[in-house]
Design a binder for this molecule. Structure first.
Ligand SMILES: Cc1ncc(COP(=O)(O)O)c(C=O)c1O
Length: 458
């Protein structure tokens, strides 16, 4: 069963879309109200449901916690559930990370990271440091502050007048800047423009989610970034909203880089889709600045650190450990990438398959030259998602950004417990969907049929 804008009271993201009505989930399967089943290759659609659907063990912990103590506000009260999750999360975070501020989602975690970076500098007597430099081709959330961190005009849309002015650098992708040298030059220019003594933080994803699926800058960029931090004194904040808590085959993607960031924001996988919870985790020196300064990090939301979502977070960590799921993602991820690549090998529209654990990205190009972005008005990304849904598969693709940094691309991010058989079926359905769209696109590019209107950017 589906609903459209004429049959729902919900204000949906896209009013011209028909939405399947999902009634239940079990493992990697979603079932709609008519009993139609979909394989979930996107962990609930936005990479949150990392443990799959319908787990009785997590539901039971949530039920028990709700009965014992569902809610107290952490401004004046704490709970065993919050204290325990803080201990567990810092135990799996990179070594110098010692303190956690709980929030309810990704954008909030990123905003708290921005505030914590700002507090760090103010507490240390550098109140002029407020400017933030970030990647232009990024997504850090839909709130005003996090929307300003991306340089994508299509995402900012009419909200642009509300957004603080950001300093953005282009991504060092294979196409634009394969060595990372140009991104470092752009970083130097941004530091110069702001005045390095005014820069609070550099903000980025260690491995991109939706904005550039499974892309990570080259080693040279990371080393150069860390050198500039040492020289100029800004902090490095990692948005690990997608990559944190196992998605790339490590607890945090930061572990794979040659330096530690100062602040990490994480969310989706922490509640695994069973509770709305995120966290901003900081290294000891960031905490120390606040502790030896004002001793205050005020302003929070009502649900921050509430017992119910925290209890779920602890259970998620326990399940990841006891079922060795992060090891499974690390071991199986490279094979899954190879299987996707093999299944898509004959499709000329597919330029690259990237992968870090169970975060995989497929980049599409114009099959006529195998390199240019596809014409935006073909709306290829949206059509891949629609074809997949028709084939009983949930994936998520992103649209061109209009600034030339990225073309059509798909994300493939299954739940961690997916069996080999389920992964194989996901790959088959995905490859069939991409082949269908590629066939149509080739005919349209040859002038046989008019292209449909472009779908909205994501
Ligand atoms: C990398 C990244 N950061 C931040 C966010 C925002 O998280 P939330 O939607 O939980 O606010 C998202 C959401 O998709 C994301 O992918």
């Amino acid at each position: 069963m589906t609903v459209d804008s004429s049959s729902t009271r919900v204000l949906p993201p896209e009013l011209d879309r028909r939405y399947p009505v999902i009634a239940r989930g079990e493992g990697v399967w979603l079932t709609d109200t008519n009993g139609r089943r979909y394989l979930d290759a996107m962990s609930g659609g936005s990479m949150a449901a990392t443990l799959g659907h319908g787990r009785a063990d997590i539901a039971e912990v949530a039920r028990e916690q709700a009965r014992r103590l569902a809610f107290v506000h952490n401004e004046r009260l704490t709970s065993p559930a919050q204290e325990q999750l803080a201990r567990e999360l810092t135990a799996v975070a990179p070594p110098s990370f010692t303190r956690v501020h709980f929030v309810t989602g990704g954008a909030e975690a990123n905003e708290a990271a921005l505030r914590l970076a700002r507090s760090y500098h103010v507490e240390r007597g550098e109140p002029d440091r407020w400017r933030v430099i970030s990647q232009a081709q990024a997504y850090h959330g839909p709130t005003i502050a996090t929307l300003a961190l991306t340089g994508r005009p299509g995402l900012q849309g009419p909200l642009a007048p509300y957004l603080p002015e950001g300093l953005h650098i282009p991504p060092s992708t294979r196409r634009l800047d394969p060595t990372g040298a140009e991104a470092l030059d752009a970083l130097d220019r941004a530091l110069e423009e702001a005045g390095p003594e005014n820069v609070s933080a550099f903000f980025c994803e260690p491995v991109s989610g939706a904005a550039l699926p499974a892309y990570t800058p080259p080693e040279r960029f990371w080393r150069g970034l860390a050198e500039r931090r040492d020289e100029h004194g800004f902090l490095i904040c990692f948005d690990e909203v997608v990559t944190g808590v196992g998605r790339t085959g490590r607890w945090f993607a930061a572990e794979s880089l040659p330096f530690e960031p100062d602040i990490i924001a994480t969310a989706k996988g922490l509640g695994a889709g069973y509770a709305a919870i995120g966290a901003t985790i900081c290294a000891e020196h960031v905490y120390e600045a606040v502790a030896t300064g004002s001793g205050r990090f005020p302003l929070g939301h009502t649900w921050n650190g509430a017992p119910l979502p925290c209890a779920v977070g602890s259970k998620v960590i326990e399940v990841l450990r006891s079922e060795r799921l992060i090891e499974r993602v690390a071991e199986r991820g490279p094979h899954l990438r190879d299987e996707l690549e093999t299944a898509l090998a004959e499709v000329e529209m597919v330029r690259e398959v990237r992968g870090h654990g169970y975060l995989l990205g497929i980049e599409y190009v114009d099959p006529r030259d195998g390199e240019s972005f596809l014409p935006a008005d073909l709306g290829v990304a949206g059509r891949v998602d629609d074809a997949a849904l028709a084939n009983g598969l949930v994936v998520l693709s992103t649209q061109p950004t209009g600034d030339g940094y990225a073309g059509d691309q798909s994300l493939f991010a299954p739940p961690f417990p997916s069996t080999d058989g389920e992964l194989a079926e996901m790959v088959d359905r995905f490859a069939a969907s991409v082949r269908e769209v590629a066939g149509e696109v080739e005919r349209e590019l040859a002038g046989e049929r008019r292209a449909p209107a472009v779908a909205a950017e994501r």
